[in-house]
Ligand binder design. Sequence first.
Ligand SMILES: CCCCCCCC(=O)SCCNC(=O)CCNC(=O)[C@H](O)C(C)(C)COP(=O)(O)OP(=O)(O)OC[C@H]1O[C@@H](n2cnc3c(N)ncnc32)[C@H](O)[C@@H]1OP(=O)(O)O
Length: 226
Amino acid sequence: MTESTSDQQLLYVNDQLSDEEIQREADLYGPLTDSVRGLIAATLQTEVGESDVRRARALIGEAASLLRAKAIPGPYGVRWGASGRKRGWGNAADGLRNAVAPPLNIRTDPDGRARTDFHLGPQYEGPAGLVHGGVSALILDQVLGDAAVAGGTPGMTGTLTLRYRRPTPLGDLYAEARVDRVEGVKTIVVGHISGSDGICVEAEGVFILPRWAREAIAEQNASTAG
Ligand SMILES: CCCCCCCC(=O)SCCNC(=O)CCNC(=O)[C@H](O)C(C)(C)COP(=O)(O)OP(=O)(O)OC[C@H]1O[C@@H](n2cnc3c(N)ncnc32)[C@H](O)[C@@H]1OP(=O)(O)O
């Protein structure tokens, strides 16, 4: 689907939508995503009888057909509107249109900080009653990455190091991150997830602006200077 770097770059699109149109889309699709999240939890927890399970499957199939009648053919990509507002709505960690993503609402500060309160339901379970370690990694990757973006030095995750200090309970949690230092093209970010008993998972990430992006920026700077 995205076999080369140039295929991937085509998924960064400036679609010129106005802020009002973007807000209208957010108001329409955000609640749809929440409904599907509710469906995922209901699918996991239901104990209704066989005929109700079959009926639910038929209704879900009907809803999927309705939605697929007009749909984008591949990944959502990353889009910008006319004012520069960015939408990574397909993002698996925090995409507004991605029901697989945990319900994060990450807030950032321009000094390179990011934080979010969030609630993880039963669909994020690993060990009994606890958050799956991969889900914690997913969330920390995103929160640390957002801190790098907020600090003005965005990048792809080169290395993510995690220390699981204590089991992470399902339920109400908090994550935060801050840029620790910038070393050339590498931004080193630290952060953690905590629950009511304190820090559960600590993380350090190295975020690197990819070579193709560095070259594109250098080309742009050269053409502006020339
Ligand atoms: C909205 C934004 C939030 C984002 C949060 C989510 C982020 C993600 O999930 S991104 C997806 C997961 N990550 C990936 O798929 C990345 C795949 N890897 C790559 O694309 C590349 O290897 C990439 C970009 C990491 C580095 O490639 P490239 O730019 O060619 O590196 P290169 O020029 O060789 O090296 C630059 C520097 O980085 C260092 N470096 C390279 N790779 C790594 C690495 N994996 N870890 C640590 N350091 C590295 C090099 O040593 C070099 O350091 P120095 O400048 O000190 O000599």
